[in-house]
Write a protein that binds this ligand. Structure first.
Ligand SMILES: Nc1ncnc2c1ncn2[C@@H]1O[C@H](COP(=O)(O)OP(=O)(O)OP(=O)(O)O)[C@@H](O)[C@H]1O
Ligand SMILES: [Mg+2]
Length: 260
C-alpha cells in the first residue's frame, strides 16, 4: 500500500465528473486522485452513486461532463489500442457477483482469457485451480456451476475471477455484502493479502465498516454528488466531518437524510 507524493502521476485521476438521469443529478462534481498501489474504499449511503461512479471509471457508462485519466491519459481520447490495454489491466468484482450461470466455475474464472484465446482449456483450468486456492476453495469446485455454490462461495469465485488476469487495477463493488461476519472477515483477509501480493491498485465500494478497515488504507465518502471527505482509514472515526461521523456511527439525524 502506498500514498501519493506530489511528483507522481496518479494511476487514476478524476475531475469535474457529472452524471444525471433526467432530473436525477447523481454525480455533480466528482474529483478523486488515486496513486499506484493504493487501496481506497468509497463509502456513502445507498443510492448516492457509488456503483455509477465505478461504471464511469470502468468506461461502462459515459459521464455527461468531466475527465477520467488513467496514468495521465484521458479515457475519452485514448486510442483503441490504449483502451484495450486499460481493459486488460483492470478487473471487476461486480456488486451482484456477475457469474455466468450456464458456465462452470473454471470457465467463469478464466472467461476473458479463454475468449481471447490467451489460454487453452487445460491451462485455464489450471489457472482456475490456482486462483481458487488463493480464495480458500478446493480444486473440485472448478466443475460446479454458480447455482451449486453458497453466497460466500460465489463471492470467492467472483474474486478469483477478478484476480485471474493479475490486474493492475482492481474494482471491488461490495465484496462482502450479505455475508456473515466470519466469512466477511475471511474474504477481507484474502483480498488484502492478494492485493498486496499482486501490488495492484484497489478501488473498492463497501458499506461494511469492518471490511473498509481491513482492505483499505484510504477512504473517500460520496455525499450529494461530490467527494465529501477523503482521508486515511485510521481517521474514519475522528474525521471531524459531520457526514462521515453520522455514517460511521449509524446515526439517523444529521446532514444525511434517510430516503426510501
Ligand atoms: N442506468 C441508469 N439509469 C437510470 N438511473 C440510474 C442508472 N444507474 C444508476 N441510476 C441511478 O443513480 C443513482 C445511484 O445508483 P447507484 O447504483 O450508483 O447507487 P449506490 O450508491 O451504488 O447504491 P447501493 O449502496 O444501494 O448499491 C440511483 O438513483 C439510481 O437509480
Ligand atoms: Mg451499488
Amino acid at each position: 500500500m502506498t500514498t501519493m507524493s506530489e511528483t507522481d502521476t496518479p494511476i487514476l485521476s478524476v475531475s469535474g465528473l457529472q452524471k444525471s438521469f433526467a432530473d436525477n443529478h447523481v454525480l455533480k462534481d466528482m474529483k478523486l486522485d488515486v496513486a499506484k498501489g493504493e487501496a481506497i474504499t468509497i463509502i456513502g449511503t445507498s443510492g448516492c452513486g457509488k456503483s455509477l461512479f465505478f461504471k464511469c471509471l470502468q468506461d461502462l457508462i459515459a459521464p455527461d461532463r468531466g475527465t477520467i485519466k488513467i496514468n495521465g491519459q484521458n479515457l475519452r481520447d485514448m486510442s483503441t489500442q490504449k483502451r484495450k490495454e486499460y481493459e486488460n489491466s483492470r478487473s471487476v468484482l461486480f456488486q451482484y457477483g456477475g457469474l455466468f450461470d450456464s458456465l462452470k466455475v473454471w470457465e467463469n474464472i478464466c472467461f476473458l482469457q479463454t475468449n481471447l484465446n490467451e489460454l487453452s482449456k487445460t491451462e485455464a483450468r489450471q489457472v482456475a485451480v490456482e486462483k481458487l486456492a488463493i480464495v480458500g476453495l478446493p480444486a473440485d469446485v472448478c466443475d460446479l456451476y454458480p447455482g451449486d455454490l453458497s453466497g460466500g462461495m460465489q463471492k470467492r469465485v467472483g474474486f478469483a475471477r477478478a484476480i485471474a488476469n493479475d490486474p493492475e487495477i482492481l474494482f471491488l463493488d461490495e465484496p462482502t455484502a450479505g455475508l456473515d461476519p466470519i466469512m466477511s472477515n475471511e474474504i477481507s483477509r484474502f483480498i488484502a493479502e492478494s492485493v498486496s501480493a499482486l501490488g495492484a491498485t484497489t478501488i473498492s465500494i463497501s458499506s461494511d465498516l469492518n471490511t473498509v478497515e481491513r482492505i483499505s488504507d484510504r477512504v473517500a465518502m460520496i455525499h450529494d454528488g461530490r467527494i465529501e471527505w477523503d482521508g486515511p482509514t485510521d481517521r474514519l472515526y475522528s474525521s471531524g466531518n459531520d457526514c462521515v461521523h453520522q455514517f460511521v456511527n449509524k446515526l439517523a439525524d444529521g446532514p444525511i437524510t434517510v430516503g426510501i
